[in-house]
Design a protein around this ligand. Structure first.
Ligand SMILES: Cc1cc2nc3c(=O)[nH]c(=O)nc-3n(C[C@H](O)[C@H](O)[C@H](O)COP(=O)(O)O)c2cc1C
Length: 311
């Protein structure tokens, strides 16, 4: 794959070199270890961990997943073993991998975000932080922080002060004006933007008149949200000069290329990993074949192509 000397798949984001632009999305690849037996993780461009919170978090009660015709509803609710366990058990293993690691940080209060982000940065074991201010599945925190640009900026500013590694902020697609939100977090010190988190959604079993998810509502992911991701990456990339990691319903190499063409500097595969953990590697291969066929000599040349071609 990356061996082809004529085509350079490498991309660079905030000074971090990725051997190719394919990452895996937070919450869809565990903390990597679970997949190491089946997939050669070193072939990935990078890995985004599942959200880490200060204290262990049990998440929401089941059922927490519901498959829809074009995607998946989930209400996992930030289930994780907490910061201490992550720092002692998961992060040392992850940091030994020869690929960049974005540690996804979440919280239920400003203080929690600040403490977790600061500890991750101080550990020296993470390449970057992805601040999840857009989880739709928790009652406090999460999406609350990305519903108002001022509140989001206030949080990012506080986190910025305690973090010395690149800071990416993950936004929800359900916000009034994505450009205003991206500008606010950029002005507060974000180094990059991740787009998009799941779209808040719901399904009801008509036989019982009960919601399909115990939490009632959840977040929609998969192909259903891909065109929304394309639009939002397009809008943010056009307005801001900041790296963007694009995600949302990538199901094939075409979807990955599409997100890069509208401005994503790298892309991340999410829900697809549940049906095929090796899918990201196939997507890298498909992207390489596309570049060869088109006579394009680098993956980086795809970035913004749709803007240049008359957008
Ligand atoms: C089961 C599941 C768990 C997720 N957990 C997290 C999480 O812990 N933190 C986070 O920032 N995003 C989480 N996400 C959102 C994904 O990282 C991604 O932004 C979203 O699913 C869109 O990409 P996709 O359509 O390719 O899945 C989760 C998504 C799914 C489907």
């Amino acid at each position: 794959m990356g061996e082809d000397k004529r085509i350079n798949l490498e991309v660079e984001l905030s000074g971090i070199r990725l051997r190719n632009p394919l990452l895996v999305c937070s919450g869809t690849y565990g903390n990597g270890r679970e997949y190491a037996e089946w997939v050669d993780l070193e072939m990935l461009g990078g890995l985004m961990t599942k959200s880490v919170t200060l204290e262990p978090c049990a998440g929401n009660p089941p059922p927490r997943l519901w498959e829809t015709p074009c995607g998946m509803l989930n209400s996992i609710g930030l289930e994780n073993a907490g910061l201490e366990s992550f720092l002692a058990g998961e992060l040392p293993w992850l940091s030994a991998l020869p690929l960049p690691i974005w540690v996804n940080v979440a919280g239920f209060s400003q203080r929690e975000y600040v403490v977790v982000a600061s500890e991750i940065s101080r550990s020296g074991m993470a390449d970057a932080i992805e601040l999840n201010i857009s989880c739709p599945n928790v009652k406090k925190g999460g999406i609350h922080f990305s519903s108002d640009p001022r509140e989001a900026a206030d949080l990012v500013e506080k986190v910025r002060k305690v973090v010395e590694i690149p800071l990416y902020v993950k936004l929800t697609p359900r916000c009034g004006d994505i450009v205003e939100m991206a500008r606010a977090v950029a002005a507060a010190g974000a180094d990059g933007i991740s787009l998009i988190n799941t779209f808040p959604a719901m399904a009801v079993d008509v036989e019982t008149a009960r919601p399909r998810l115990a939490n009632n509502t959840g977040g929609l992911s998969g192909p259903a949200i891909h065109p929304i991701a394309v639009l939002l990456v397009w809008e943010v990339a056009r307005a801001l000069d900041l790296p963007v990691i694009g995600m949302g319903g990538i199901w094939s190499w075409r979807d990955a290329v599409e997100l890069m063409m509208v401005g994503a500097d790298a892309v991340a595969v999410g829900t697809l990993n549940f049906s095929d953990p090796a899918a990201p590697l196939g997507i890298i291969g498909g992207m390489l074949d596309f570049l060869k066929r088109k006579g394009i000599d680098s993956a980086a040349a795809l970035v913004d192509m749709a803007h240049r071609e008359g957008g």
